[in-house]
Design a protein around this ligand. Sequence first.
Ligand SMILES: [Zn+2]
Length: 407
Amino acid sequence: MDIHFLGGASEVGRLGMILKDGPTSLLLDYGILPRDPPIYPLPAPPVDAMFVSHAHLDHSGMIPWVTRRQDVDVVMTPPTADVADLLLADSLKIADAEGFDAPFDDSDLRTARRRFRTVDFRDNVPMGDLEVTAHPAGHIPGATMYEVNGRETVLFTGDLHTLTTDLVWGAKPIACDTLVIESTYAGRQHPERLKSELAFLRKIDQIIERGGIALVPSFAVGRTQDILLTLLKARHEVWLDGMGKKVNSIYVEHPEYVRSVKKLRAAMRRVKVVHSSQGRRLALQGEVIVTTSGMLDGGPVLRYIEHVREDPRSAILLTGYQVEGTNGRQLVEHGTIDLYGVTVDVKCEWQKFDFSAHAGHDDLVRFIEECDPQRVVLMHGENREILKDALEGREVLLPMEGQWYGI
Ligand SMILES: [Zn+2]
């Protein structure tokens, strides 16, 4: 078999991998690197089918680009299909608002929808001489690892987490010959999840005691639900704004992909949902506001920051990785943000909390050892050498974008 990365091998974002076995070619993920404007992967060659690991746009953002040019099925789980649809439509709105050309249009998205073919975990999809099986990858509800069986077995992880939370079950290792695995957190460990949750809840108590508002910017997909489930452990007045609301509803429609849909429903019942500017005013009189975007690059969060940024009693609690070039990164590094084109100081407190949905360094090493492959292909990482060093005695490949490798 041969592999070829169109993007996302030596970097985090715009992942796309071709897996070729004789006459059969598969495209695994095809996403964007979220920037303003986004950066795209290399053009995808003709393939027999496309498999999408999960809905985050760095894995799914270019689906309509493919289905505009090729009559191929796009295989993924039902929650991935529904959330990807939502995010793809939203990416068109963002392109329009920001004034850049999107790589596809509304009619391409409609075409893409007709090619969606959903599979459940453990389903097998025959593809020429190959057979592809879907397995849970942890990370977010519906996230899938694809096991490709031909003369050899290849496991492609997409984004992976081995931790079981209220939202998802952790990924379990699968025996394989070649393991193509993400390495976002190579060289980095996560603090214990429970400790992060406790520190987060304690900080919120402090903020409320001093009369402030805890503003929690969160990614709509996965993180918002994690945060709401964590807040279920306390009894604060929580407001929810932004796209996370729709994602909640999608997950509740696919209960078999959520570890505790009962808790997710309870978390949703507990929050007050913002529907209008009147709702936003009420939310600012509450205690906790969970809203998009997670990196402060647009979305309702900016309107709330406008109100809290000079209030020493309030605080911004970041819950995700802040990519370079984003407003969130600017806050972390310089204490300022870009508010509608003007750089302003953020004088209220801000703090970062680790709720990562990716396996940490030791989790990755353990997972690889338990899959026990002959060959490990590290992708989706900027510090892959550190992980390679930890896998002494195994054949480890660090592919670059734009080149073919025999596996
Ligand atoms: Zn992801």
